[in-house]
Design a protein around this ligand. Structure first.
Ligand code: ADP
Ligand code: ZN
Ligand code: ZN
Length: 745
């Protein structure tokens, strides 16, 4: 055909069109239009945005039109990350559009302005605004949502954050500015979360023999500019982080960059400080609490090469680091590295290994309780295993006591605290040491129930019991946030009054029960309820470290990575919680959690003690965890995985369906399952369709089924083919989850 344009491109649009569309490139845009650059193109008379997937010399589509403009001069997404996107979409059965959306933060996609931001302030007194807010409540509800937020902020707030918090578009804010209630001005800021913080510099430590041998193996991979994966296995406090620090230094010395992933929950000031104080280089920090502006700045620092070290949670694996030499995944077993509720359901550790192999980088995974998959890979010789045995400080392993709660409750008339635990807490209190109490449930009581008819107060939108919170005197749904204030006095089912009672305990109840026993004791509670506000998490931890409390009570938030030398007692109130979950990973998760919580004890000079309360005192997972015996646990668990053909001995996929109509959703799931069965060769097991652990969430019914088999790519192909034929009904949504972390929910 005739050549109309000097160059052609195929473009992946942001909007839901999964096919790439072809456009011509006019002469003046030829230089700017490279693979990965962001472009504006006409689609049926509207301007739409997307990325250049490919640049080519010809185009077979006869009526091709030109691109409108190239938005960013340099590629928003590097060639390397483009390859990652292609792999992501293939491996995790998602569209390329979704993969790109995952990789590039929305602030970058939207071309968020550089360093200059609009800052919104109150233009009248709080009292005056409160009146306006109430007045607008019904007529201009979005304006009153904006005022609700404005009444809470200190001095003011960035426009983008305000829009996000109030969940409104820009127009209600503009109206309020026009009416003189608010003001909005341009400010210039450096939004880096670390600006203005000074750190004492620390020097590299002389490595012990085990550290040195892992360090030199990693260095060798770096020097060879090759790809290899190293697994460092060592109980907390054995010096993994020191090896990470020196490996990063090595990569920097070679002029290469490094990504360090840590679980969101352990991305605390303490962790950041440890890294900041070692390197004079700029470090970019990425986590989900950043504002749009902060994220934009951090991302640009990485893209321009100003920051060669990135520390971040899950999605930091997609940072556009230049000449990437090293990727570290600390606590590689953490389930928060897996995106579970949105496509692509990627695992940052697995992406790390893939990205390492694509860019010829060294990958280092570290854990005190490696995931079964990673340890198995090490056993198979796919990863290099390095074990750190010796402890660095003088602290010894904690002494662990297992308490049989069935017996204990008989003696204490049903108390949540065993005599052993109370003795332990008292002893620590008397000698000025600190204790930590762990319970995996927040709230006061975990359910409200009718004694007469057995009815449990459930959420009207979800299939779950509502939790009672005493401070706010309400029932709340932890899935959708629905609340009932105050809780009902009589049973909505059978009408009887005085028959409602509460069951199950959460952290709030444990705190008040402890005060009832020891009125003098000072406690700090750390859970999702006490850490709502930005900065409160850090503040509570700081207070505890500064000795403002004797006991720290909390959920898994306190289990990870914290270093408190003064804690000499750890009490796990109910060690069995995760064990009772019908999931093939439940033993693994219980083992990891108990081992980690126990590891919080005795990290200073005084030896620590751990008390595990359990109803299953002879359960082998609990016994292995109480001895911190990872290899014993691994040996037992891996053989049971092998017998039942669970990962790592098979590939697993969970396919979930959700929709507003129960029957229609179920039948979609059934018909998809039939399609898949038809396409899969022998050797693949397709489980039956079942309602998920929460059969209804936010008024949507949920069903799923599992598929297991020997090859992931055969599975991918069959799924993709079935997806094509699957009538894309708006009513029912489909989520493909490759290697799911949980098979129950
Ligand atoms: P992990 O990351 O395995 O929990 P860390 O690297 O944090 O272990 O080490 C625990 C403590 O031991 C830290 O205070 C660290 O500074 C110290 N440490 C680690 N390696 C050495 C070393 N080779 N020489 C002296 N102290 C060390
Ligand atoms: Zn009743
Ligand atoms: Zn709900």
């Amino acid at each position: 055909m005739m050549k109309q344009y000097p160059r052609y491109v195929s473009v992946i649009l942001d909007v839901a069109v999964d096919k790439a569309l072809d456009y011509g490139v006019p002469e003046k845009l030829v230089d700017a239009a490279v693979r990965g650059s962001r472009v504006a193109v006409p689609v049926r008379g509207h301007l739409r945005y997307g990325y250049i997937l490919e640049v080519k010399d010809s185009c077979s589509y006869p009526r091709v039109v030109p691109i409108h403009d190239v938005i960013s001069s340099d590629a928003v997404i590097t060639e390397e990350l483009f390859e990652v996107a292609l792999w992501l979409s293939k491996y995790y059965c998602s569209s390329l559009r979704q993969a790109l959306k995952t990789i590039i933060p929305s602030t970058i996609r939207r071309g968020f302005s550089h360093k200059e931001q609009l800052f919104v302030k109150r233009n009248a007194s709080r009292d005056a605004l409160r009146k306006v807010c109430e007045e607008y409540r019904n007529k201009h509800s979005s304006q009153s949502e904006v005022l609700d937020v404005m009444l809470r902020v200190k001095k003011g707030i960035f426009l983008s954050e305000l829009m996000e918090l109030a969940m409104v578009s820009r127009s209600p804010i503009d109206s309020l500015v026009k009416r003189g209630h608010l003001s909005c001005d341009v400010v210039r800021v450096d939004r880096s979360p670390l600006v203005g913080v000074e750190y004492f510099k620390t020097k590299a430590k002389v490595l012990n023999d085990e550290q040195s041998s892992s360090f030199s193996a990693i260095s060798k991979t770096l020097d060879d500019k090759a790809f290899a994966t190293h697994l460092i296995y060592g109980v907390t406090g054995r010096g993994k982080t020191e090896v990470y620090l020196q490996a990063i230094q090595r990569a920097l010395d070679m002029g290469r960059g490094a990504i360090m992933l840590v679980p969101e929950i352990s991305l605390t000031a303490q962790t950041i400080e440890r890294f900041k104080s070692r390197f004079s280089d700029t470090i970019a920090i990425l986590h989900h609490r950043l504002s749009h502006g902060e994220r934009y700045d951090e991302w640009h620092k990485i893209l321009t090469g100003e920051a060669r070290i990135v520390i971040g949670a899950r999605s930091a694996i997609f940072s556009p680091v230049k000449d990437l030499g090293l990727i570290i995944v600390d606590e590689e077993h953490e389930s928060s590295y897996k995106q579970e509720d949105e496509a692509p359901c990627y695992h940052a550790r697995d992406v790390a290994v893939m990205r390492g192999s694509m860019s010829g980088a060294a990958v280092v995974l570290g854990s005190a309780t490696p995931s079964l998959e990673s340890f198995y890979n090490a056993q198979q010789g796919k990863y290099h295993l390095h074990t750190l045995h010796s402890r660095h400080n003088s602290a010894t392993m904690p002494v662990v006591t297992i308490v049989d709660m069935k017996e204990s409750r008989k003696r204490t008339h049903g108390s949540e605290f065993s005599a052993e635990l109370l003795d332990g807490i008292k002893k620590r209190y008397d000698s000025g040491e600190q204790s930590l109490l762990f319970l995996n449930r927040r709230g006061y009581h975990t359910a409200q129930m009718c004694k007469t008819c057995g009815h449990v107060m459930g959420c009207e939108n979800c299939d779950v019991a509502m939790t009672y919170h005493r401070k706010s005197n309400m029932l709340s749904c932890h899935l959708c946030g629905n609340t009932i204030v105050p809780p009902p006095r009589s049973c909505p089912e059978c009408g009887s009054s005085d028959s409602l009672h509460y069951r199950g305990v959460g952290t709030e109840k444990i705190e008040s029960a402890l005060h009832a026993i020891f009125p003098e004791i000072r406690t700090i509670r750390l859970d999702a309820d006490t850490t709502r506000h930005k900065g409160s998490h850090e503040k509570l931890l700081r207070d505890f470290r500064n000795g403002k409390a004797d006991v720290l009570i909390g959920t898994q938030m306190i289990a990870k990575g914290l270093h408190f030398p003064e804690i000499t007692l750890v009490g796990v109130l109910n060690s069995d919680m995760t064990l009772n979950m019908p999931d093939f990973r439940s033993s693994e998760q219980a083992f990891q959690l108990i081992t980690q919580v126990s590891g919080r004890s005795g990290r200073g000079v005084v030896a620590g003690e751990v008390i595990l309360q359990t109803y299953l005192p002879t359960n082998s997972t609990i016994l292995h965890a109480s001895r911190q015996d990872y290899t014993g646990f691994y040996g037992e668990e891996i053989s049971s995985r092998e017998i039942f053909e669970y990962p790592p001995f098979s590939q697993m996929v969970k396919i979930s369906f959700s929709g507003a109509e129960e029957k229609a959703t179920l039948s979609s799931a059934e018909s998809f399952r039939k399609e898949l069965l038809r396409r899969l060769p022998r050797g693949f097991k397709v489980h039956p369709v079942t309602p998920t652990g929460h059969a209804k969430v936010k008024n949507r019914y949920r069903f799923h089924f599992l598929v297991r088999g020997p090859s992931i790519f055969t599975l991918n192909d069959a799924i993709n083919a079935s997806k094509k034929d699957f009538p894309s009904q708006k009513k029912c949504s489909l989520l493909i989850n490759i290697s799911p972390q949980t098979t129950f929910f």
